[in-house]
Design a protein around this ligand. Structure first.
Ligand code: GLY
Length: 275
């Protein structure tokens, strides 16, 4: 595996998608503008909702961003797992009525595995798809993913509050046996349960519906066009490309911990300091 800093990861993400016709959009403020449906920007797609629902026409139908996010529904997991944060940066590529599922999967496959890009060995990747999504299944097999690395899950339908939503395909990186002491991580992944071996690094949402509070999923309206909305956590990518056990030890967060150690005189991981 390549060793990469968080800045190198950011740059490679933006370079890949701009070279594939996407316009770079700066991160929006964490405080939503003209959107009373939420308190914080919680995903890369949130400030772009106006393009997805057709109320505003974007300058380009392909966008790439790295969005600052606060995801309050992750907070219970912060400090419990090695990969959840209150504040994080989400890398994303978006199609607004332009390409859909096939091209999104091709982009994900190429960017992750090509020697010119992130060069992750394909056998390190596992992918989940929505139970009924045969198109996504077929496409992942076509690009070369082994069928025993493809998992169908009922939970793979992405929605977070009001707005664009749809079936999704989550990509996981296998961190290996040392994160799987009970040898049950794959079974847990298949059951959609917490484990630390297979880390979700990228979610591709095949966004075609508009969710509304109080409306059951099967009654959601179709959006004016089919879209792609993706989210890839920069801190998790940094954890993998820096080969550290948790997001807290990446070049994004370790310097803050070092400074707190210096100011407090208490060492991170040194539990005896708390006695
Ligand atoms: N919008 C895709 C995600 O947050 O996972």
């Amino acid at each position: 595996m390549k060793k990469m800093t968080s800045n190198e990861i950011r740059k490679m993400w933006i370079d890949y998608f701009t070279q594939h016709g996407h316009k770079y959009v700066e991160s929006a403020s964490l405080i939503p503008v003209n959107d009373n449906s939420l308190l914080w920007i919680n995903a890369g797609v949130t400030p772009l909702k106006k393009f997805f629902d057709g109320s505003v026409v974007p300058e380009s139908s392909r966008l790439v961003n790295i969005q600052k996010c606060i995801r309050t529904n992750d907070i219970e997991n912060v400090g419990v797992t090695k990969r959840h944060l209150t504040f994080f940066e989400m890398m994303g590529n978006f199609s607004i009525g332009d390409y859909f599922k096939d091209e999104a999967i091709e982009f994900a496959y190429e960017l992750l595995t090509s020697k010119d890009w992130f060069a992750i060995p394909l056998e390190k990747l596992y992918v989940t798809i929505y139970t009924h999504d045969d198109e996504a299944y077929k496409k992942w097999v076509e690009v070369g993913l082994k069928e025993d690395h493809l998992i169908r899950l009922d939970g793979n339908f992405w929605e977070i509050g009001e707005g664009p939503c749809g079936p999704d395909s989550e990509i996981f990186y296998d961190r290996g046996e040392k994160y799987d002491p009970n040898h049950d991580a794959l079974e847990k992944l298949k059951q959609d349960e917490e484990q630390e071996r297979y880390v979700e690094i990228w979610n591709n949402v095949f966004s075609q519906y508009n969710s509304k509070p109080g409306v059951p999923r099967e009654k959601y309206q179709e959006l004016p066009h089919k879209n792609i909305d993706t989210g890839a956590g920069l801190e998790r990518w940094s954890m993998i490309f820096q080969d550290v056990p948790s997001i807290f030890e990446t070049d994004l967060l370790a310097p803050i911990i070092r400074k707190i150690e210096e100011m407090s005189g208490i060492l991170y991981n040194d539990q005896t300091s708390f006695k």
